[in-house]
Design a protein around this ligand. Sequence first.
Ligand code: AMP
Ligand code: MG
Length: 519
Amino acid sequence: MPPLHFDNAFLRELPGDPSDVPGPREVTGACHSRVMPTPVAAPRLLAHSAEMAAALGFDADDPAGDGFARVFGGNALLPGMQPWAANYGGHQFGVWAGQLGDGRAISLGEAVTPDGGRWELQLKGAGPTPYSRGADGRAVLRSSIREFLCSEAMHHLGIPTTRALCLVATGEAVVRDMLYDGHPRAEPGAIVCRVAPSFIRFGSFELPAARGDTALLRQLADFTICRDFPHLAGQGEDRYGDWFGEVCERTAQLVAGWMRVGFVHGVMNTDNMSILGLTLDYGPYGWIDDYDPDWTPNTTDASRRRYRHGQQPNVAWWNLSRLAAALAPLFGDIAPLQAGLDRYAATYAEAGRANTAAKLGLAACRDEDVALMQSLQVLLHGAEVDMTLWFRHLIDFDPQRPALQPLHEAFYDESKRRANEPALMDWLARYAGRLADDPLPIAERRDRMRAANPRYVLRNYLAQQAIERAEQGDNGGIHELLDVLRHPYDEQPGREAFARRRPDWARHKPGCSMLSCSS
Ligand code: AMP
Ligand code: MG
């Protein structure tokens, strides 16, 4: 393997836990604890992202070597790696949860690449840390496959996300009660190596703020701005204000990206909100099949649905308001924090309009187009229509001859289709009228729609099929999906099966429509 160059700034520049005694503990006055991954019985590479490996400077044949699986299974270190777990807190389901921290994630180092990139490499499931709070620090294969695939799928969709370098089987069993119903079972364990310029979260700031440790809060804010927002040139409070404003802006763009493609994060706790505006911590996430803004894949949230699809823009605002409250001690006057929150709302509104224009193939979103999209969403919900298929087939819509027939594949229920056909035909007629009044030439309209409406998304049942094959020892499903999802906006002849609507058997199946936090 070629040497990677590490510059572990988080470790070097921020205060660390003075104790190295094993076992869970409160860690005050520190941003991290040094901890080694716990070696595993038989590390074996199941899959890797060729793009991510190349970006880090690995040669194409490196991942196949034994050393690679040993390092990314937690059994060996490369020169320059200095493992640590980060300390942070968070609001979980709206309630302050105190110290959380990396209970099963261990960062290996910050790899810097010749092109100036900085990539923190982090093993998820590498064994206990001081933040494990009595849990085992491990991860099961099914959730690791889901995180690995979705990280890369999201990247190829053009939506900001943490990346995944590789997926390694540990050769060890992990016991989980998947549905929390008193049926624990031993499952295969795995480790994902996640990669991001920074894993700092909203909760990283909330913890020192909650403890009244303004000095540490300030140090972490200064560090974050210097390392991760180096373009912010101001001084003092102005700089903090610019920074918070940019976090708000990025978060708005992130959520707008999720809404465009039908992604539901599932656990938007503040410890899962990246300061860089990346999709972070893939747990019980899901993709909308039939359009339903009230849907959440997370069984743990099934009764309140705090993190349902349509609620995500509001929850992101609430999370930013928690971050603002945490940062308030850095400001004499909190007006810049209020301005940042307003910037979130304005950016999200603008991005939502951009989504509407792009998804419907319009040159720009006029005020009446917002209503056009809203009425479509009501119809898609009522008629149980697949979101991805509807918008993808709408690309071929002929305004001269409005017809529902070419969109039939998107319907889950014949009788609902028939019942809603008149209303949908009315909508298509409205849309045809709108297109007739739009300056975009047809070829450009279709290109625009193709770039905004993916053909392939990581449907929950597809991930589940790949998981079931992998649990039987066949990793082919992971590799096929990874490859299809590299080009989500392209037609891929021969791969139509990956674009089909959710089959009936998957409607209520655990893993397909229901996921818990047990992972
Ligand atoms: P999550 O729901 O994945 O965001 O996790 C919330 C918190 O629980 C984080 O502090 C995690 O590190 C911790 N956690 C989750 N699963 C485990 C586990 N198996 N072992 C130790 N800590 C865990
Ligand atoms: Mg988390």
